[in-house]
Design a protein around this ligand. Structure first.
Ligand code: G4P
Length: 532
């Protein structure tokens, strides 16, 4: 028998990994599952990583879409805690889903390639975390390869992210000279054992840094170097302050090699110790502002992602519900706030690392998959009373904007409806320029256009053509109505409206946005929009 909803929520750690492609997210995921005892041998997730990279081709052949459902959330129980690791699709399937997944996470692990530091996609995902006040744990990966100076990496975190890095460990060398790392809190040295890829992973037990045993792992020069660096970093960096971390001002920094399973156990222990359990979420109940606390009795949650089924002949989808409170039991009836519809959740899916299983019980912080026939949409709030509504999920400024045309001009009206449907679902965004009759479709990843073309063909029998548009960026306009209207009147050819009729500025470059923003200081040019 499980504990109270409050106690169960308190032992949840729901987190996502953010990184630039190839920094090692898949390898780290796998090794975290290994560290958490959820899988027995390395290799299980690897295959998925490879699948994912070839998925575009595979999709063309199979006419399928969406990443494997069972891989979207991975749950494992470790040392009394329940970890929910949310997948943030990268590579070709980078999309708004990647961003939205972060709205369902309570913490994020930022994986950096030690040789490359902060790369563009890391930065974009970091900005979303900051927007949602998600605390970030940093893992500097690939220390078994030639790395940048760790001090330079810390400087980069401080300057590019405006985040105080608080190293908990300090590495001894990198690449061929990587010897291990010092735990700055306990002064224990964790030796790294170089091994062939076909050998079992395993590293010697930690030894006291000041003791005799450390000489087996570090020669006197290496010891002196590590001692000096550790002293310097202890003086230069602010000490780790859990509160500053929770508030998003500070990031604890871990080092390691995901591939060699080094530093991963320490990272998992750090997540257990410092990452927050689910917290109260802002919502409205019957129109009044309130906070939903994880220990509340009513079962509540929101849909952050909808995944089309792998079988193209079925229109059913899996909605991913992030629970925010209560004790969810299988068979429970939940109401959708948007539509007032009631849903019997008889076959919820929970995603254990090894397999899918039916969820009998779930609590705040958990994610359950609900199969449905299109009733549930991204941003929907579900609760027992149906009177509750969480703040909308944000839309993110698209990074690719294309013009869309239907091959058969008689079907233009039909196209409008279909595009609106997909935009409402959150697949892509739709903009209607003030001048002309074009539709401009926006997405954050190229694959979303393929998904869209596929769905328009299959579900709406529409053959469409995407053409390049002159626009590179879109920004939602905010500010006093008169100011926004004045701006709009002076920039008619670049103005559009989104699906909610909100004014949007379509710019040809980011330089142009900077230029107009300077000239119109009273108008806001926003990268995100909270969906109603
Ligand atoms: P991603 O999901 O972030 O895109 O990265 P992924 O884990 O797929 O890793 C990208 C590449 O980096 C892989 O090599 C992986 O083996 C390697 N890698 C990940 N972590 C480490 C590490 O700690 N040390 C070293 N040396 N390499 C690491 P690949 O050659 O692209 O793939 P594969 O042929 O090994 O499968």
């Amino acid at each position: 028998m499980s504990n109270s909803p409050a106690a169960e929520a308190a032992r949840r750690r729901t987190f996502a990994i953010i990184s630039h492609p190839d920094a090692g997210k898949t390898t780290l995921t796998e090794n975290l599952l290994l560290a958490g005892g959820a899988i027995r041998a390395a290799g299980a997730v690897r295959a998925r990583g490879e699948n994912r990279r070839t998925r575009s081709d595979w999709m063309k052949i199979e006419r399928e879409r969406g990443i494997s459902v069972s891989a979207s959330v991975m749950t494992f129980d470790h040392e009394g805690l329940m970890f929910n690791l949310l997948d943030t699709p990268g590579h070709e399937d980078f999309s708004e889903d990647t961003y939205r997944t972060l709205t369902a996470a309570d913490a994020a692990v930022m994986v950096l390639d030690a040789a490359k530091g902060i790369e563009p996609q890391t930065l974009k995902l970091f900005e979303v975390c900051r927007l949602r006040d998600i605390p970030i744990v940093t893992f500097i990966n690939k220390m078994d390869r030639e790395a940048q100076d760790p001090f330079a990496l810390l400087d980069e975190i401080a300057s590019k992210l405006a985040l105080d890095p608080a190293p908990l460990f300090w590495p001894a060398g990198s690449g061929g000279r990587f010897k291990g790392m010092l735990d700055l809190r306990t002064q224990k040295f964790l030796p790294y054992a170089k091994k062939g890829s076909d050998q079992e992973e395993g590293h010697p037990d930690p030894v006291a840094f000041g003791g005799n045993a450390v000489v087996s792992y570090l020669d006197p020069d290496e010891q002196a170097e590590l001692e000096e660096a550790a002293m310097l970093v202890t003086e230069a960096a602010k000490p780790f302050d859990p509160q500053a971390f929770l508030e998003g001002h500070m990031t604890p920094v871990f080092f390691g090699s995901a591939l060699r399973h080094f530093g991963v156990d320490e990272l998992l222990a750090g997540l257990g110790a410092y990452a927050p359990p689910p917290k109260a979420v802002k919502a409205t109940k019957g129109g009044d502002a309130t906070h939903i606390v994880p220990g509340d009795n009513e079962v509540t949650g929101f849909v952050f992602k909808v995944q089309a089924n792998m079988d193209p002949n079925h229109r059913d989808r899996i909605a991913f519900l992030r629970l925010c409170s209560g004790r969810f039991n299988r068979g429970m009836k939940l109401k959708v706030q948007n539509t007032g519809r009631q849903l019997s959740v008889n076959a919820p899916i929970m995603f254990f690392a090894s397999d899918r299983e039916l969820a009998e019980e779930a609590f705040a912080g958990d994610v359950i998959g609900i199969p449905n026939h299109g009733v549930l949409r991204v941003g929907d709030s579900l609760s027992e009373t149906g009177t509750l509504r969480f703040a909308g999920l944000p839309n993110f400024a698209p990074e690719i904007l294309q013009r869309v045309r239907v091959k058969d001009p008689l079907k233009a009206k039909h196209l409008k409806k279909a595009l609106e449907g997909l935009a409402e679902e959150g697949v892509t965004q739709l903009f209607r320029p003030q001048i002309g009759s074009d539709f401009i479709v926006g997405a954050v990843g190229q694959l979303q256009f393929e998904v869209m073309a596929d769905r328009l063909a299959n579900e709406y029998q529409l053959e469409v053509i995407f053409e390049t548009s002159p626009y590179a960026e879109a920004r939602w306009l905010t500010g006093e109505r008169a100011e926004v209207e004045d701006f709009g009147n002076k920039h008619k050819t670049a103005m559009a409206t989104d699906i909610d009729d909100q004014p949007v500025f379509l710019a040809k470059s980011s330089w142009e946005i900077g230029y107009v923003a300077e000239r119109y200081p009273k108008v806001g040019f926003e990268r995100t929009k909270e969906r109603g």
